[in-house]
Design a protein around this ligand. Structure first.
Ligand code: SAJ
Length: 418
């Protein structure tokens, strides 16, 4: 038995490594030669706890190898990006289309193709049509039903970055096959390592929507907390005290406000629902807008603090005001800066503020290129500055002495009323 995983990123590589750790031959396929070479050396190009250890072992034992060219396999798992494009946040299925075109020539009778990428409603059916178009000699389940040569299902990934290797095994999975037999084949495959339930959906569309709904649910709840933080600022109240008090109700569980929502899932997926049903998805759209507006709100807070400081110290100019930024990652205790609101804030500040900016981010060793300006540098904890801006609640920031100076705490760990 051989499994092929297409796309060796944050989801594909851990999934490939997991199957390989169960002594199944896995061929990982990626368009990036560097990624392929790194994996074939037994190394990893992404940071995720325990992933390096598993990849090293399975490559050494010969269960996992990577290639830029797809080859024959019994099952294909597609885990490529599904970003959005343009002002209207339309989903971009070009990576799924390219992956379909790439595997089509090597498909054989009896193969199973699973789409794992988080996808807008209808993407699995579109993938099935692209495959069918490329292989008129084979029959597909959208036309031939249970008699088809190829099985197709959607099984969205739902693992939390930072806990991927654990959640891949223990989370329940939603499986939406185009036919019941497609679902059954997919469940059998996942059962090789999944200890959670594999729940069969009535079809791929509802499985796609389930995944989008999970992330939209979280986004709406974070937006609620973020909106409360704006209201509390207006009413001169501590939002963290407010949430702590309200959460004492047995049926209330408000999430935490912050400088915005980052990562490449929660800030993206709700837009797929909005673009499918723009008239109806009003709350989901507004939640996105509330969360997306938070970095700008934080930037205005910094501007106001700089202005107030200069009013009190008329001999100073903006160039004398130093700002220390704590945290760049999109959430605590990871090194992942993708779509991070903290990064957006740091970049904007570096562009507008002409005084020195110090960045404290214990999880990285060099500033990303987009932050390479003359007035900005990476520093250790215990830096002196006029303004201390806390953007990520890393464990090390919780444990440190609260710095001296003006504090803007977007996570409520230094200023919280206890
Ligand atoms: N955040 C807050 N306040 C909170 C919780 C989170 O501001 O109370 C912010 C974080 O700082 C971060 C963003 O939200 O910027 C997202 O972080 P997260 O930890 O909520 O989620 P992700 O993006 O790391 O992973 C999510 C997960 N989805 C859900 O929990 C419903 C994960 O299970 C999915 O697999 C993943 O998206 C994905 O790939 O879709």
């Amino acid at each position: 038995k051989r499994i092929s995983v297409i796309g060796l990123g944050y989801i594909g590589l851990p999934t490939a490594a997991m199957f390989a750790s169960r002594k199944i031959e896995v061929v990982g396929v990626d368009v990036n030669q560097q990624t392929v070479d790194t994996i074939n050396r037994g190394e990893v190009h992404i940071v995720e706890p325990d992933l390096d250890m598993v990849v090293r072992a399975v490559v050494k034992e010969g269960y996992l190898r990577a290639s830029t060219k797809p080859e024959e396999a019994e099952a294909f798992l597609i885990a490529v990006p599904t970003p959005f494009k343009g002002q209207n946040h339309e989903p971009d299925l070009s990576y799924i289309k390219a992956a379909s075109r790439a595997i089509a020539p090597v498909l054989q009778l009896g193969n199973l193709v699973i789409l794992e990428s988080t996808s807008p409603v209808g993407a699995t059916e579109a993938m099935a049509d692209w495959l069918a178009e490329a292989r008129p000699d084979l029959s597909f389940p959208q036309h031939a039903g249970e008699a088809s040569d190829i099985r197709i299902a959607h099984c969205p990934e739902r693992v939390l970055p930072g806990k991927v290797m654990q959640e891949l095994i223990s989370n329940d999975r939603v499986v939406g096959g185009i036919t019941p037999v497609c679902s059954k084949c997919a469940v059998e495959l996942y059962k090789t390592f999944v200890t959670g339930d594999c729940v069969i959906a009535s079809g791929p569309r509802v499985a796609e929507m389930a995944k989008l709904t999970e992330n939209a649910f979280r986004d709406v709840n974070i937006a609620f907390a973020n909106e409360l933080s704006l209201i509390c600022d207006e009413l001169n109240m501590d939002v963290w005290e407010l949430i702590r008090l309200a959460n004492r109700h047995p049926r209330v569980n408000i999430l935490q406000p912050g400088p915005g929502v980052g990562g490449h899932c929660i800030a993206v997926d709700p837009w797929f629902i909005v673009s499918s049903a723009p008239e109806q998805a009003r709350l989901i759209r507004t939640a996105r807008e509330v969360n997306d507006s938070k970095p700008n709100w934080v930037l205005n807070k910094i501007r106001a603090a700089i202005g107030a400081h200069l009013m009190e110290n008329p001999s100073k100019t903006a160039a004398d005001v130093t700002v220390a930024i704590y945290g760049l990652a999109f959430k605590p205790d990871i090194d992942d800066l993708r779509e991070s609101p903290a990064l957006t804030i740091a970049k904007e500040l570096a562009a507008k503020h002409n005084g020195p900016i110090f960045v404290v981010e214990p999880n990285i060793t060099a500033l990303p290129e987009m932050l390479c300006a003359e007035n900005i540098q990476l520093c250790d904890l215990s830096i002196e500055a006029t303004i201390h801006l806390l953007l990520v609640d890393h464990e090390s920031f919780r444990g440190m002495d609260i710095p001296q100076g003006i504090i803007i705490d977007t996570r409520g760990i230094w200023t919280r009323v206890s």
